[in-house]
Design a protein around this ligand. Structure first.
Ligand code: ZN
Length: 443
């Protein structure tokens, strides 16, 4: 007989997993948790208390889920301004883990977890991985960086909690990653989508055919990626590619994840309450409308986040998913409001460039946007790698491809930018998040 400890979530009856609870019951649970977390933040976090006071609010003013819109937003700058521990709601003796963002400028942001927070984090990742069809018996290679970054340890605990065998490879060392995948019979990998594309290229150079390995799923996150990238990944490696979303400020990876339908990411709403707001005015928008994702942690103890502005642009998808989960879905993150480039007065997002380019045959999923300034005028050059066949073919084919790409970019962006076709492996590969934009305008 199997003991309860030996049963993974995937083996359980769906009804026993919170993903499938009736919507009304879920809303009741959310309201109850919202009131508790608001009270906790109000009692323990000085900044939150003073903002509530300014608005003349107390936790008693939260009587329905809609009342959440009365509460003040929390922004990334609040984490920096209160560095390192100013937003903690638990004494340090109850904090079992600290993580921090890499922070390209200035101080990093610091996040904290109690044991209960780590357990919630593990549980949402178990549900995410189970939703991708993984279970006990799978061998999961975690190729996110381990350390202050939440990716590695988050995926690690989730995979272990699922009962799978974890290979904690961490980031980097592509040749070793490929050796482990092959020799250990790895069935699933967690990393950034661009790093996996790098592994695909490197495997080909080493003469390892990924399509012949037991690898069948990739859980890819930590950067926005498009359907074109999914197509490239699945086509070249014969795996199913799943999008996972999360951010350290909320918990790390595992805020939401695709199911096998690949029609949006189910938000683990019993722990993270989503809202979509107008990025300029902050006004709430209804389901179906695109705007900025705002998240409230419903069960976090060490560091509750109330109405956190993620800067990620998405929408809540209306309707039910055919997988049967009652959790609402968010659209894939195509862009972040901070990614916006302003070129000669026109707003441009790297993801627009990506979708325009990668739909055209002959391109490879590696590109970079180079920004410079000449005589006070912004210049944008898009470098894109093309297949080796293109360079081997007669010169006309390359010119034709150049024209097609130029035309596609003109249509999408509305301004003329330079296109440079480069040979495969010209653009430097990253071991984590891809570097899509190099801005040399200031120098
Ligand atoms: Zn689904």
């Amino acid at each position: 007989m199997t003991s309860i400890l030996e049963t993974s979530v995937a083996d359980c009856h769906p009804a026993s997993v919170p993903d499938y609870i009736p919507v009304e019951q879920l809303r009741d649970l959310q309201l109850q948790r919202l009131r508790t977390v608001v009270t906790r933040a109000w009692q323990q976090v000085k900044l939150f208390r003073s903002r509530m006071d300014e608005l003349g609010l107390t936790p008693d003013d939260i009587r329905s889920l809609e009342d959440i819109a009365k509460l003040p937003f929390t922004k990334k700058s609040d984490l920096r301004d209160t560095y390192p521990f100013g937003l903690f709601a638990s004494p340090m003796k109850d904090v079992v883990r600290l993580h921090a963002s890499s922070g390209t400028t200035g101080k990093p942001i610091v996040v904290a977890y109690t044991q209960e927070d780590v357990d919630v984090w593990t549980s949402v990742l178990v549900r995410a991985l189970a939703g991708c069809g993984l279970h006990r018996g799978d061998i999961i290679q975690v190729a996110y960086g381990y350390g202050l970054f939440t990716g590695g340890l988050g995926a690690h605990y989730g995979a272990e909690g699922l009962g799978a065998t974890v290979v904690p490879a961490s980031g980097g060392h592509a040749d070793r990653q490929i050796m482990l995948m092959r020799d250990f019979g790895v069935t699933a990998i967690c990393c950034t989508p661009t790093y996996f594309l790098h592994l695909v290229d490197r495997a080909a150079e080493l003469g390892v055919d990924l399509k012949k390995l037991p690898l069948r799923a990739g859980i890819f996150g930590a950067e926005p990626w498009t359907e074109s990238i999914r197509w490239h990944i699945e086509n070249q490696s014969n795996i199913k590619a799943f999008d996972i979303y999360g951010l350290s400020e909320i918990i790390g990876p595992g805020v939401s994840c695709e199911c096998f339908r690949h029609e949006g990411l189910h938000i683990f709403e019993d722990h993270f309450y989503p809202e979509i707001v107008d990025p300029d005015s902050g006004a709430p928008l209804p389901d179906g409308c695109e705007g900025e994702l705002v998240l409230t942690t419903l069960s976090k103890q060490a560091m509750p986040m109330i109405r956190y502005r993620t800067r990620d642009i998405t929408r809540i998808l209306p309707g039910k998913c055919e997988c049967g989960r009652t959790l609402r879905r968010m659209d894939r993150i195509g862009r972040r409001s901070d990614d916006m480039l302003i070129i000669r007065g026109v707003n441009i997002f790297p993801s627009q460039v990506e979708s325009a380019l990668l739909q055209i045959d002959g391109t490879l999923p590696h590109y970079q946007i180079l920004l410079t300034r000449k005589q006070g005028l912004d210049q944008m050059e898009v470098q894109i790698e093309v297949t080796p066949q293109m360079f081997n073919d007669k010169i006309g084919a390359l010119q034709e491809l150049h024209q097609k790409l130029q035309g596609a970019l003109d249509r999408v962006l509305g301004i003329r930018v330079q296109v440079a076709l480069v040979e495969a492996h010209t653009i430097e590969r990253s071991e984590g998040k891809a570097v899509r934009v190099i801005d040399r305008r200031a120098s």
